[in-house]
Design a protein around this ligand. Structure first.
Ligand SMILES: Nc1ncnc2c1ncn2[C@@H]1O[C@H](COP(=O)(O)OP(=O)(O)OP(=O)(O)O)[C@@H](O)[C@H]1O
Ligand SMILES: [Mg+2]
Length: 629
């Protein structure tokens, strides 16, 4: 592959030069090399191919020199034709080599991307829920994708540039010096006049490019936010289309201005580069021509020297920026490693036991024993470098749950009631071990959840959450997510039990109808019944139900209620109740206030005692009761 002066390495200028000052630790380098290890054979072939290509590129001008001096000047047709043929063959071989080296480097690069992506995915999905509640998923995904691509470049294009350019420079300089050291030195005199402005332009273009990326990202952000359903809805209700358009136009206008500026600077840079190279060529022709007339040089040498000059300036400029390139790739790598280094705060012990065994023996009781809990802060679960794009909130170092104790005997139902924000959903998060308690213990079948395998816990506890989420997939697949081996008949039965079979049957493709974000839209009540069906299919021994706070219409309400009756019978259940009908069915009611258990008993007992429950009854349940009755 030959480097021409007309194509400076523009990509490198999109990078931030400050990364060049970044320090990498030896440990990071070692870990980076670990990723390269599976590819070391192919990397060696890659480097060898690049070296051969660089050598082939450097030989051609020498051949031209011989063609002119030994062939044309000497009047030897044989030599002229032979060398011309060799040059042609060399060109074809070089082309073949470029394809081969791209093939090898693509294998390495894409393979590395695959490795990094798989490893990152595997690691991130094991992170505790707290991680996802902090990091903006979009920003996280975007950053990881960008970093993975950047990291891969350390081993492909950056390696190629370094090897190819440095070898070309060595070969070309050696060849030039061997022909005429005086002319070589003279033509290099122009170099400083060339490298220093190039570096200045590089810096300038890098800054402009970064700014244009930021402006573009802002414009995209506006579109993203306004064009999703929730945003569009908000604009339609409160917004002013004219104001929206105007502010978008202003943003896009800034993108236009910076685009023009960038085009201009890049052109100045390229034109300057070509001009300087041309001037250098003119100098060599001028001085070399005079020397040739005086018989100090042959015509072939003059031609070869000018050809070499053309091959020298491109690689020299590229190498003057190579440090930024290398460091950018390595820093991307480092940021991927940083994600892989995050310790999951909720991890499975190596000697974790199977919860199902304990359950057989002791029955599926659920027990909260003096549980206190505080949601982890950003410093505990997030990445420092991600915080710039993450949701930054004021740190609340306050307990969400305080000394909470209650027991749900096997097969019983306990209702959790309390004001909004009392900590009800938080309790469900602890029983499913999305988090570990800060103090105290959560036990199922007498076993601390920190001592059981996550798979057995998942098999034991089923949740229908406040906002039932469905993946963009068919109803059948959404249900099978809880139990991959479920047959269609079992799915139909679960839908039946959840009182949603009729609705599903009326959909165009039945259980194969695609639902979720971009699919068929289900109402809140329908979604919740599907979530109940999903849970029924799994048939867990412990059920946690977070009732939807939003009021359902009476038809939907009755259907959900019937589905729940079916779902809860015979199971140990914790129901976060917002409806009187549910509360009444409970064997016991736990009243929460500000993260503390303030009372516990049956509906009649609690009502007689007054206090928080009586107040909740008046404000929440009684009004809901008329709907639910
Ligand atoms: N991921 C989180 N990080 C930090 N604080 C949280 C988090 N989730 C909830 N909280 C806080 O914990 C407290 C209890 O929240 P929780 O969701 O348990 O309330 P709730 O009783 O379920 O309320 P509701 O009836 O409105 O659903 C609230 O003050 C809430 O702001
Ligand atoms: Mg809640």
């Amino acid at each position: 592959m030959s480097m021409t002066t007309g194509s400076p390495n523009m990509r490198s200028f999109a990078k931030d030069r400050t990364v060049a000052d970044h320090k990498l630790t030896r440990d990071t380098l070692r870990r980076i090399l670990r990723f390269a290890r599976p590819y070391r054979g192919r990397l060696a072939i890659f480097v060898a191919l690049i070296a051969v290509e660089a050598a082939a590129g450097a030989v051609t001008p020498l051949l031209f020199k011989n063609l002119i001096d030994d062939g044309i000047t000497a009047g030897n047709t044989q030599v002229v034709l032979t060398i011309a043929a060799v040059v042609a063959v060399l060109a074809i071989v070089s082309a073949g080599l470029s394809v081969a080296d791209r093939w090898v480097s693509a294998q390495v690069g894409e393979g590395l991307i695959q490795d990094l992506r798989t490893e990152v995915f595997d690691h991130v999905q094991r992170m505790p829920l707290a991680f996802f509640s902090r990091a903006k998923t979009g920003a996280l995904v975007q950053r990881l994708n960008g970093d993975v691509l950047g990291a891969q470049q350390a081993f492909t294009s950056t390696l190629q540039n370094v090897v190819s350019n440095s070898l070309t420079i060595v070969f070309v300089l050696a060849a030039m010096l061997s022909m005429s050291w005086q002319l070589t030195l003279l033509s290099l005199v122009l170099l400083p006049a060339f490298i220093f402005p190039a570096r200045w332009f590089g810096k300038k273009i890098a800054a402009i490019t970064r700014e244009s990326y930021a402006l573009n990202a802002d414009a995209a952000q506006i579109m993203n936010e306004r064009f999703n359903v929730a945003g569009a809805h908000l604009v339609k209700i409160f917004g002013d289309p004219q104001r929206e358009s105007q502010s978008y136009a202003e943003q896009v206008g800034r993108v236009r201005d910076i685009g023009v500026k960038r085009a201009l600077y890049s052109t100045w840079f390229r034109v300057g580069l070509t001009t300087l190279a041309s001037v250098a060529v003119a100098i060599v022709y001028g001085l070399g021509g005079v020397m040739a007339i005086r018989g100090q040089l042959t015509v072939g040498v003059v031609v070869a020297l000018t050809a070499y000059l053309g091959r020298l300036y491109g690689p020299l400029t590229a190498m003057s920026n190579v440090q930024v390139d290398v460091m950018t790739a390595l820093v991307s790598f480092e940021r991927v490693l940083e994600v892989l280094d995050l310790e999951p705060t909720v991890a499975e012990k190596p000697d974790a036991t199977d919860l199902r065994a304990a359950k057989e023996k002791h029955g599926a009781t659920v027990e909260l024993d003096a549980v206190s809990f505080r949601y982890p802060g950003a410093d505990e679960v997030s990445l420092a470098s991600l915080e710039s794009v993450a949701t930054l909130q004021g740190e609340v170092h306050r307990n969400t749950l305080d000394d909470v104790s209650f027991t749900v005997p096997a097969g019983h139902m306990v209702a959790l009631v309390g004001h909004s924000g009392a900590g009800k959903t938080t309790i469900s998060q602890l029983v499913t071990r999305m988090y570990d308690p800060t103090q105290g213990a959560v036990r199922i079948a007498g076993t601390d959840l920190r001592d059981v395998t996550q798979a057995s816990l998942r098999a034991t506890v089923g949740v229908v959450s406040q906002e039932a989420h469905l993946f963009h997939d068919t109803i059948a697949e959404n249900l099978r997510y809880a139990r991959p081996d479920a047959t269609d008949a079992q799915i139909e039965r679960a839908l039946e039990q959840a009182h949603i079979a009729d609705l599903v049957a009326s959909l165009p493709d039945g259980i194969h109808t695609v639902v979720g974000d971009r699919g068929y839209r289900l109402s809140g009540g329908e979604r919740q019944r599907l979530a109940i069906a999903r849970m029924l299919l799994k048939a867990p021994d412990v059920v946690i139900l977070d009732e939807a706070t939003a009021h359902l219409d009476s038809g939907s309400e009755a259907a959900v209620q019937a589905a729940l009756d079916e779902a809860l019978t015979g199971r140990t259940s914790i129901v976060i109740a917002h409806r009187l009908s549910t509360v009444r069915k409970a064997d016991s009611i736990v009243v929460l206030s500000d993260g503390r258990v303030v009372d516990q008993g049956t509906h009649a007992q609690l009502l007689a005692r007054g206090g928080v429950y009586a107040e909740l009854y008046r404000t929440q349940f009684e009004s809901g009761a008329t709907v639910a009755a």
